[in-house]
Design a binder for this molecule. Sequence first.
Ligand code: NAP
Length: 566
Amino acid sequence: MKSATAVLRAVPPRDGGPKLDVKGSTPRPGTPGPRPISTPTNGNSVREGPAIVSTHFIRSRIGKICVAITGSTPADMMQNAEEIVREDHFVEFRLDYLPNPVAILPRLKQFLYERGEITAIATCRRASTGGKFKGTIPAELEILEKAAQAGCHLIDIELQTAEHTKPAQMKKLRSHGAALIISYHDFESTKNLDAIFDRILPFQPEFIKIVATAKTLADNVTMMRFLDRRRDEANLVGISMGEQGTISRVLGLRAGSVFTFAAAHAGEETGPGQIEARTLRETWRIDHIDASTKVYGVAGNPVRHSLSPLMHNIAFRRETVNGVFLPLQTTRLNDLLTLTREVPLHGLAITMPFKTDIIKHLAKTDALSQKIGACNTVVRSQDGKLYGFNTDVAAVVRPLERRLPLKGAKILVLGAGGAGRAAVFGLVEKGAEVFIWNRTAETAKKLARQAKAKTIRREQIAKSNFDVIINTTPVGMRGVKPASLLEPKELNTRLVFDLVYNPIDTPLIRMAREKGLPVITGVEMFVHQGARQFEIWTGKPAPEEEMLRVVIHALRQEAQKSEPAR
Ligand code: NAP
């Protein structure tokens, strides 16, 4: 038996064709497999006769992404379709989003007739199974039958619909040539995937689609193992929904999913956790992921808005590294460790709250991580073992070293958490005289003792002069109150460094600029620590300028979005 690790690691590249749907092929003993179906002689036969369009034919036309098209009116939906098909030729019309789905069909028919390159799925999912259609099963079937007559190449029905449909009705539904997808959606959990598959199989649809919900990172492993186990028995589509299901949406294809679904734009998702088509294609380069693609990720809570996936995926693309970098949202270290082992992951950017706890699970960590008690970078070496590093330290020290000699420099560090510890240890090692202020005085004292630094009381700050003041607290982050820890009269320094990078211009940075002081923003640190991570993982020099460019661009876009409309 293949081990789970081997299963997810050693999936051979897709050969482009299904194993059982080609006319005359033999199903595995004991499994009925998809029924033999005829191959149309040309692309139009789906509209001309009752022969069902073959899965082989469909699979030769479609890419890896099917983009879901929504709209509140037929005009709206068709307008969205016109825009989407400029980039994607495989689309799903979510007819259940329309108050009267039948009203769109004449326009849809014309659209598909004129655009032979498009492959379209029609879906009219009922509210009871997670869709928006309020009608009955017969009404759903009637709409889908008409959608097939209008030229849709595939129609998607829920397992619950199939189980309540008489064979004669099913035959009628299938009499217009469209291939059948039978879907199952679990909005709560990832369980019983094989049992659901076995319920769908007797209907012999051309495609089986099973969509579960990931509540843990390990649920993605369950989904991908399932895909790998059953991929030879049917044309299978498997996805885990939810914030934690991102992995399956990106890696599910190499585990055996024939395609995956994507949203047309952010905000138009038809399922929880669905990713924008352009992001899947351009950032995650889903078309390039194969059996040898190495998988990396940023792990912690929260990582939803982390810019690490964007920064590292762009760096991989730029340096032609066959890697993909994913957000790994979890509150449980054990969950992360399971995923790391099973996929397996080749590198991790560790963030809150795991920077300390991860250390005991690593084969070895560098001396600096040991001393600080925090590790933000994990790499899998060729022997398969995990090694830990801390790139935060260099990312604080190097930008400062470029601007002033650190030996003997008088530096105030605000905060004594993970980033504060990295700053204090790194700067003391460089010979700086470091003063720590922290909201919880006891933590500052402890760190000062450990790192051979000093503490400072708040009222002393305004009376002191520093070479550098560094903020290592989250104060100044978008949405965090108060906006700034210090008042202008307390900025008696030659340089201000704020580790917060979102927004780029924090209140502290603005205050410093108003006083004419030079500044270092958190973006410089963020890119620097990421660049060192890239080098540890790949052994190549990081494309630091490109990384900085995409991060600044993303932060500016975010700032524009959050600005109140004038
Ligand atoms: P952490 O371990 O949770 O530490 C947070 C520190 O901030 C603690 O010292 C805490 O004081 C203090 N703090 C929290 N809220 C405060 C408030 N409202 N007022 C005063 N002090 C407050 O977090 P971390 O990992 O060190 O991260 C801290 C910040 O650094 C975050 O904003 C993070 O984004 C940023 N950072 C940036 C980079 C980068 O690459 N630019 C890298 C790492 C971290 P108590 O001890 O009293 O709780």
